[in-house]
Design a binder for this molecule. Structure first.
Ligand SMILES: Nc1ncnc2c1ncn2[C@@H]1O[C@H](COP(=O)(O)OP(=O)(O)OP(=O)(O)O)[C@@H](O)[C@H]1O
Ligand SMILES: Cc1ncsc1CCO
Ligand SMILES: [Mg+2]
Length: 282
């Protein structure tokens, strides 16, 4: 019998949440969800810094434990800041998460994403449509949101396989594609993660938050694969718990419950027993 997801990542699932030693996470992200991202980091006892002025990036980098580079609201200035941060992180050996928001919709983002990939980020993420675009698979996704067709089982297995092949050229990078089912892949393995609720696609920035949580866990010393699996599984379990608590409420209440759960769910030492997922094999 192959090892289950929980057995395989048991050390990561036992990491105390909220975190004990707060990692400083430098976020160059988008104006749409920046406040949510900062508060999600605080909820798990990480320390967000959202500085993206070119003049400050290197200085903040020296104090940071991890870096999030999110392409969600690009401008010429933001692109220059993101490039400098990627280079500074490489020079100062800080772990980097890249969130490829909107790369399927904008050639400028796609080109920047390719350039950042060459600088050996630890984790590259996006939603299913964005990651399908990265590896050259077709997608019906529009703008920054997912399409239903990309989450069919066959499409997921195809993406998992293609990501593993794509990752051969990036052996130090973990790839994460989010959606109703999430795919986590490296050059040698791929997992599907099956937690979460549909409401997580109904307020903005949930993917952005997942990127920030991964960065916080990298900044706490976890390796890229367990950090990615833990961040997605924890966030999605928070979504499930929030939906249970807000079963008759609207989306604004659900959103607040997700933030409550981010700060509280980990206090249950068995929170991860309901984590679901499977290995696709190599
Ligand atoms: N229909 C769904 N069912 C279960 N979980 C979901 C669903 N949609 C999204 N999620 C979860 O929500 C989180 C964000 O995923 P999503 O793919 O919506 O990100 P995104 O499109 O990048 O979001 P955003 O652009 O708003 O930041 C992931 O943890 C994912 O597993
Ligand atoms: C709606 C939106 N547009 C660009 S970024 C963003 C938030 C989700 O990433
Ligand atoms: Mg996104």
């Amino acid at each position: 019998m192959p090892m289950s997801l929980i057995e395989h990542f048991t050390a990561a699932f036992h990491l105390p949440l909220p975190l004990h030693a707060a990692p400083l996470v430098q976020c160059l992200t988008n104006e749409i969800s920046v406040e949510s991202v900062a508060n999600a980091l605080l909820a798990i006892n990480a320390k967000p810094v959202m500085a993206d002025d070119l003049r400050e990036i290197t200085g903040f980098m020296a104090q940071s434990d991890a870096v999030l580079l999110n392409l969600g609201h690009l401008s010429a200035d933001r692109e220059a800041s993101i490039r400098l941060a990627s280079q500074a992180a490489q020079a100062q050996q800080r772990p980097v998460v890249i969130d490829l928001v909107g790369i399927g919709a904008s050639p400028i983002r796609a080109q920047l994403g390719q350039q950042l990939l060459a600088e050996k980020p630890m984790v590259v993420k996006g939603n299913l449509g964005e990651l399908r675009h990265l590896v050259g698979l077709p997608s019906q996704a529009r703008g920054v949101d997912n399409s239903q067709a990309d989450s069919a089982d066959l499409a997921l297995a195809g993406l998992a396989h293609r990501l593993q092949t794509f990752a051969q050229a990036y052996p130090h990078t973990v790839f994460l594609a989010t959606g109703p089912t999430d795919i986590v892949a490296t050059a040698t393995t791929a997992w599907r993660l099956d937690n979460g609720v549909a409401q997580l696609d109904r307020f903005t920035g949930t993917g952005d938050i997942v990127g920030a949580l991964i960065a916080a866990l990298l900044g706490s010393g976890l390796a890229a694969l367990p950090a990615t699996v833990l961040a997605v599984s924890y966030f999605n379990r928070c979504g499930e718990a929030a939906a249970l608590l807000a079963s008759k409420a609207g989306l604004a209440t659900f959103r607040l419950n997700v933030f409550d759960q981010l700060s509280q769910l980990g206090q249950d030492p068995e929170w991860f027993l309901a984590v679901k997922g499977e290995n696709y094999g190599s």
